[in-house]
Design a protein. Structure first.
Lengths: 200, 759
């Protein structure tokens, strides 16, 4: 006996198992994409923890940047692969008197840096809020940097920088970001991430 | 090795891109690992490095429109952070060089004139010795220079103070003020000139004829170490012998001519100030140490008349106190030393003096002295001498010049001579009951009787002889002995001076005459209380720390100070020390002299708490400090104290021996230089992998960044027998790493090409 089914739709030949297989492939593809993006980001934006117990500073700085804590700062990191000015993030703590204000400090910074940097220009100062909602003062500036070695030839680079100044009791924390002016907008997120993770 | 690498260039162009990349890495590592035979070490003369360390110095005064150059000279970098050794006469402001700005020009390219790049300031200077140490402080556009950011080529001073006759020298400096590049002149050491300021080796004489603008540069031995500073001081511009060049319109009349200020240039130089004079100044300048006299500060002696020389006489030798052993009018053939003694008055450290010597009427530079600054006091006795070299027979004429004008002269015969009556070797002391002379010879305690013993030879009974005692330039009444000789042909004789109420403290001189001719003379200082046979002049020498001088006088003595001490006071008591008596203060750190000054005593005759203060640039560096107080080179007071760990920290950048590495980084594909690439040399304690994991500055021995042409210079010298790692990174290129890189000494700087592969 032959049974003829009439009026039943052809479902394209996909079984339930096949259908779920399609779904899983799609999910797997999306997952792989997300993992890839994450891997890329973790390589590009990987950070390294840094802690200075004496100074009470804890931070995460970009992986592959050169760490230096032998100067008159708590620490400084530089991206040594940059072809022009080596992008720099620096944290410095300086003692201040109880009467000092952010303006006094920024004036001193201006006067000092104007003696050291060529064509140093400071732009209007603005209030800044850190990730822990504490208030700070931000100041942007530009200057011209060149080779220190007089026997080598290099064109000077215009550098853009930002100082974030926080007054705490009888000390001031100055977080500095300096980068080739051409790349300032491109690399500012790196500094923002650094500030978000900075704890002092 | 460099030629070997160059020979690969044609072959290089035949390679495909991928093979070029791989080969570039291989060549780079080969260059670094196989560096033997291409590397420089400072036990050979690295003239290129020396020339790069030689600077041209322009002293200028600020004007409304542009600086006006007032004086010029050469100088030499002696530290990587910009300390420059040069002369004082063209850097420290004075009547001839009144500028207040020092401009430093470097030879950026060895065959081109120097380019002004920096401004400098004076950190240490001795105007008499005509030496100064200046430090680069600003760029030429006025920006401050942080010394730690500088990594300039520099030279080291010779360790030995004993350069030998006939040693080959290379003198490096700038031959004129025009378009010439830094130059070198070769010569040999032909003699030494003695002065009281530094004994028999006060000046090194060279056969090289050195242009006047090279004054302040450097003279190097075959090891590339600086052994002397070519020094001459231009005489005043109004002197007939001066050379003065007009370069600028200084009076603003629209013309540059003789009515404008000119730049004085010295004549040919053949005198070098030895490196031993530089060392204390350099030590103090490097450590930032300064000494202040806070009690009866150094008396500024005013000069009232014109400078003069007088009373010239000769001696064959000097004793340990710098006094003539005897006086002579001739020297026997074969003699190897001769000293010309004379009195001077109204001299200043800006006075230029010169000694010209002729033998049988022919000028002989070996026994003369080119025009140099005066390094003595205002008034007193001085000598210029020569030793360790045979004096040819002949009639010697010596003429002294002051500021280019002949002052006084004397004549001496060297050759076969008949023995003549003589007195020599005067020694002072206190006589005991057996008639023995005791004491230290030239500084005796204040007493009522002082004895002098001398040797006499070839005397004939009946010769007229005299002994005259002098104090403060005047004969002591009643002290003169004048009689006929009755004591035989040769022997020793003792004479005395006595005052029942006691001799006054101060400086005395004994002159001995034979037949009205000065036969011998010597000086004596009476100071301090009697302590056995010796004088006790200084007491209770101690150190302390305090907030003020007044507080220091009562503060307790301290022998061990903490690190970071800002200043230290040194105090002592003194007794029976007459005003104007010359005394010497010497300061040592870790047994190395860093300050010495001889000056006339200007406080009261007896007193307590003479105060000096030692200060550092920020703090006093760790070390063991010693203060010595002397009269006539004899020690009368000493005290030591420790600061911090009691030892100077090691300066890891002070080494000038090792291998210089320079090079260029190329793109393997385009062959063009890569700018902004970073080259790291990792210390022997870490590998390249360690560094790429940690990226920590503490692991870095040296680093460099390439310029726009891909050129780089490693800012520290690599030491042979040490294994370094290399890491080279650049944006957009695959990094290069190498471990176990070791260099070996050779005679050339290593210049390596390195190829990076894009990736």
């Amino acid at each position: 006996m032959t049974v003829i089914e009439v009026g039943r739709e052809d479902r394209g030949g996909l079984t339930l198992r096949q259908r779920w297989s399609h779904y899983l492939v799609l999910i797997y593809g999306v997952a792989m994409l997300l993992i890839s993006i994450n891997l890329r980001d973790s390589i590009l934006y990987a950070t390294v923890p840094y802690e200075d117990v004496r100074a009470g500073i804890r931070a995460f700085y970009p992986k592959g940047w050169l760490l230096d804590n032998e100067g008159d700062y708590v620490f400084r990191v530089r991206d040594m692969t940059r072809p022009d000015f080596k992008t720099t993030i620096q944290v410095q703590i300086i003692p201040i008197s109880v009467d000092s204000t952010a303006r006094n400090l920024l004036d001193n910074l201006l006067l000092t840096r104007a003696q050291i940097f060529g064509q140093y220009r400071q732009y209007p100062r603005a209030a800044f809020q850190l990730s822990d909602e504490s208030s700070a003062t931000a100041v942007n500036y530009t200057f011209v940097a060149g080779q220190d070695d007089p026997f080598l030839e290099s064109f000077p680079t215009v550098v853009a920088g930002q100082d974030i100044v926080v007054l705490q009791r009888e000390q001031a924390v100055i977080v500095t970001f300096q980068v080739s002016a051409e790349r300032y907008d491109q690399l500012y997120p790196v500094f923002q991430t650094f500030l978000e993770d900075l704890d002092f | 090795m460099i030629n070997y690498i160059r020979s690969f260039k044609p072959f290089w162009k035949t390679l495909t891109f991928r093979r070029q990349g791989a080969f570039g890495v291989a060549v780079a590592l080969l260059c670094l690992n196989g560096a033997s035979g291409v590397i420089a070490q400072s036990d050979v003369l690295d003239l290129d490095r020396i020339k790069r360390a030689t600077v041209f110095i322009m002293q200028a005064r600020q004007n409304i429109t542009a600086p006006i150059i007032t004086c010029v000279g050469s100088g030499t970098l002696v530290s990587r952070d910009g300390l420059i050794l040069t002369n004082a006469h063209n850097t420290v402001p004075n009547a001839n060089c009144p500028g207040d700005l020092l401009i430093i020009a470097l030879s950026v390219r060895p065959d081109e004139p120097p380019i002004p790049l920096y401004q400098a300031e004076i950190v240490q200077a001795d105007e008499g010795l005509d030496l100064a140490l200046i430090r680069i402080a600003r760029t030429n556009d006025g920006r401050l220079v942080e010394p730690s950011t500088l990594a300039l080529p520099f030279v080291s001073l010779a360790e030995s103070d004993e350069p030998r006759l006939d040693t080959t020298l290379t003198i490096v400096g700038y031959p004129n003020i025009g378009d010439d590049a830094v130059a070198d002149v070769r010569g040999t050491i032909i003699g030494f000139t003695a002065e009281p300021s530094g004994g028999n080796r006060s000046w090194i004489k060279t056969s090289a004829e050195i242009p006047g603008t090279m004054s302040g540069g450097g003279a190097y031995n075959q090891n590339g170490e600086l052994i002397g500073v070519p020094t001459t001081a231009p005489v005043t511009p109004d002197s007939p012998e001066s050379t003065c060049l007009t370069l600028q319109d200084t009076n603003g009349d629209g013309q540059a001519n003789t009515s404008d200020n000119c730049i004085p240039i010295g004549g040919l130089i053949n005198s070098l100030r030895p490196a031993s004079f530089v060392r204390p100044l350099l030590r103090a300048a490097s450590l930032g140490l300064g000494i202040e006299f806070l009690t009866a500060s150094q008396q500024q002696q005013e000069t009232t008349g014109s400078p003069t020389f007088s009373g010239l006489f000769f001696a064959p030798s000097v004793n340990e106190a710098g006094l003539p052993t005897t006086t002579i009018r001739s020297l026997p053939s074969g003699s190897t030393s001769l000293y010309l003694f004379f009195n001077y008055a109204n001299m200043t450290s800006e006075t230029v003096y010169e000694l010209r010597a002729t033998i049988d009427g022919i000028l002989n530079p070996t026994f003369g002295l080119s025009p140099v600054r005066w390094s003595g006091g205002r008034d007193g006795g001085w000598y210029v001498g020569t030793s360790e070299q045979p004096l040819p027979n002949g009639l010697y004429d010596f003429t002294l010049f002051i500021n280019g004008v002949a002052s006084d002269s004397a004549r001496l015969l060297v050759g076969p001579a008949e023995p003549a009556p003589s007195f020599s070797d005067i020694v002072f002391g206190v006589e005991d009951i057996q008639g023995n002379i005791a004491g230290n010879g030239f500084v005796l305690p204040v007493a009522s009787t002082v004895s002098a013993r001398f040797i006499y030879r070839n005397m004939v009974d009946g010769n007229a002889w005299a002994a005259i005692w002098v104090r403060g330039g005047a004969e002591i009444p009643g002290s003169r002995v004048e009689e006929a000789w009755t004591f035989g042909e040769q022997g020793t004789r003792t004479i005395r001076i006595q005052a029942p109420s006691g001799l006054l403290p101060g400086s005395y001189r004994l002159d001995l005459y034979i037949d009205n001719r000065l036969a011998a003379t010597s000086n004596l200082t009476l100071a301090g209380a009697q302590d056995g046979r010796f004088a006790r002049i200084f007491d209770d020498t101690h150190f302390t720390t305090a907030d003020s001088v007044e507080e220091a006088r009562t503060a307790a003595a301290i022998n061990s100070f903490s690190a970071q001490t800002e200043s230290i006071y040194a105090l002592f008591d003194w007794q029976l020390l007459a005003p104007d008596t010359l005394w010497t203060v010497s300061w040592y750190i870790d047994d190395q002299l860093f300050f010495e000054q001889t000056l006339p005593w200007s406080a009261s005759e007896t007193g307590e708490n003479f105060v000096m203060r030692i200060t550092g640039r920020e703090n006093i560096p760790d070390g063991t400090y010693r203060l010595e107080l002397k009269l006539n080179n004899l020690l009368f007071g000493s005290q030591s104290a420790r600061v911090g760990i009691g030892q100077l920290p090691i300066d890891r950048f002070s080494n000038t021996s090792g291998v210089q590495i320079i090079g260029t980084i190329f793109d393997t594909y385009t062959g063009s230089g890569i700018s902004g690439a970073a080259i790291f040399i990792i210390t022997e304690d870490y590998s390249a992998a360690d560094f790429l994991r940690d990226w920590n500055q503490t692991q870095v021995f040296a680093e460099a960044i390439t310029d726009r042409n891909g050129r780089f210079e490693i800012n520290r010298l690599l030491q042979p027998e040490i294994q370094y790692s290399f890491v080279i990174v650049a944006d957009g290129y695959l990094p290069i790493t190498a471990d176990g890189v070791q260099v070996t000494p050779d005679d050339e700087t290593l210049d390596i090409p390195i190829y990076l592969t894009p990736g």
